[in-house]
Design a protein around this ligand. Structure first.
Ligand code: DX5
Ligand code: ZN
Length: 219
């Protein structure tokens, strides 16, 4: 399967968002990855519905929202209305993950579950059969531009095995510290969906960096 590039807008220029949306539209990126932070589940606050809607109105690419908020169940329908197609929430952020998954599906979206680096991967097992994707974090959620945690590769391999034995259609996503230097290792660990922010937006040629992330394969 061809890898999917989900471009995180967290490092975009919000004073000139149109330009960065257009850059992503013209690029080989597959999805927009929108990091939603509430200042409670993570120490940072990012952006909300008006920004999601604005991006939706300017692209034909799918929107993948990564909720880093407590009580995600309160806001699912509003993300669907804002144009989100792929919605992930954190296992650690809710008391009833299965009902969140079911509600995401009832709203017509694909459901993803994210886990922080310290969360045991075994918590995923009961939910794999009903998930469309699993997000294994390779940094502590909250900020772009952090250093990749190599332990995430072993975790991804183990999660991929779980996915293959329970629900092979479920995609595996990884997020945090991914660049052109480690993207092949990430894919080799079984990751289908690659998230990247700073590697692209801090590069001198974002469009070319996206192409490299999409195609690079070491021998
Ligand atoms: C971190 C976010 C990431 C972040 C990735 O909490 O979930 O999506 O934007 O940024 P980089 O690619 O710079 O690590
Ligand atoms: Zn993210």
């Amino acid at each position: 399967m061809e890898r999917i590039i989900a471009l995180s807008m967290l490092s975009a220029d919000f004073g000139n968002l149109n330009k960065d949306i257009e850059m992503v539209n013209q690029s080989e990126a597959d999805w927009f990855h929108l990091d939603i932070m509430d200042g409670v589940f993570v120490p940072n606050i990012s952006f909300g519905f008006p920004v999601v809607k604005a991006i939706f109105s300017k692209t034909n690419k799918p929107l993948d929202a990564h909720l880093m908020i407590i009580e995600p169940e309160k806001y699912l329908a509003r993300f669907a209305e804002a144009g989100v197609q792929y919605l992930s929430f954190h296992y650690e952020a809710t008391k009833d993950p299965q009902s969140v998954i079911d509600s995401i599906h009832e709203c017509g979206m694909k459901a993803g579950m994210a886990i922080k680096p310290a969360t045991d991967i075994s918590v995923l097992e009961p939910f794999v059969k009903s998930l469309d994707y699993i997000l294994v974090m390779s940094v502590e959620p909250g900020y772009s531009g952090q250093k990749f945690m190599p332990l995430a590769l072993e975790r991804a391999k183990a999660v991929k095995k779980m996915i293959e034995s329970i629900n092979p259609k479920c995609l595996l996503q990884m997020d945090g510290g991914i660049s052109t230097l480690n993207v092949d290792d990430v894919e080799a660990a079984g990751v289908d969906v690659i998230v990247a922010a700073s590697a692209v937006f801090n590069s001198s040629n974002p469009d070319a960096t996206i192409s490299t992330l999409k195609h690079k394969r070491s021998l």
